[in-house]
Design a binder for this molecule. Sequence first.
Ligand SMILES: [Zn+2]
Length: 292
Amino acid sequence: MPKKNSELSIGLDLDIGMAVETSIALQAARCDNHAPLIYIHAMNGTRNIVQGCCNDWHCSRCGQIRARHEYGRMVHGAKILAKEHETYFVTITCRGKEVSSEEALAGYPKWTNRLLTSCRTKAKRAGQFWSYVQVTELQKRGHPHSHILMTWKPNDAIPYEEGDRLPNDRLATRNVLWSDWFRKANIKAGLGTECDISTVLSTVAVATYIAKYLFKDLQITEFPPGWRRIRYSQNFPKLPPIENIDAFPLLTRENWLHASKDAVVIKCIGTHAYNVSKRTIKGDTLLVLVDT
Ligand SMILES: [Zn+2]
């Protein structure tokens, strides 16, 4: 079954400045979930037929497209937030040995939710601005941990420099912030004591670092259904909409007719798009296969 939320990924890929060649090769690949074809009248004037994005992390094609899209949003958002706010890099981790992988997977979304709610409430009460993006990955032993880029730190956070002895008796391996409140909030939420906050010097660099986890082990990592590999606060900036673009999914005979009447030449991205278009579009429209 084709999924409904197909995205117009050509423009998005160009937006985030990934190499166009790689992007086209990826677009030309075939979606594992049979996403519908889309007709796109692009900003540069070209007319294209390309398969939509099924948004499934496990799709060999669309998992990559989605990761690029999220990467784009994270970097774009980081740039905007950094203009007006300090940003912080936070790592949170699931409890260790005493929790089985199954328990960890089942509980982690709930525990992180509780922690984020505590932060949101605390920031709100203090009248402070809190925006975040969280990326979660599974460690080898099956326990999840997350990296979060946020615009907020608890008021009790104290800076420690690399080499300083921290209140838990460990030596700081880099410059960090220590917050008793945050550690307690982690434990109270059901997470472990392994948490870490540091002030970000380059917001975009950190966004890029965190986003890399989205590209890692895309297909082999088995996240449970409904798992949110990436999560944004509502106020995290969105990518700008693609303007002046006419696009629609090719689902009905009318859709195909509309496309063929709209263009003299249509670029078909990938052999699947080309073959289906060749079979479906009658008349003089010239179909050009683009696959690298
Ligand atoms: Zn797909």
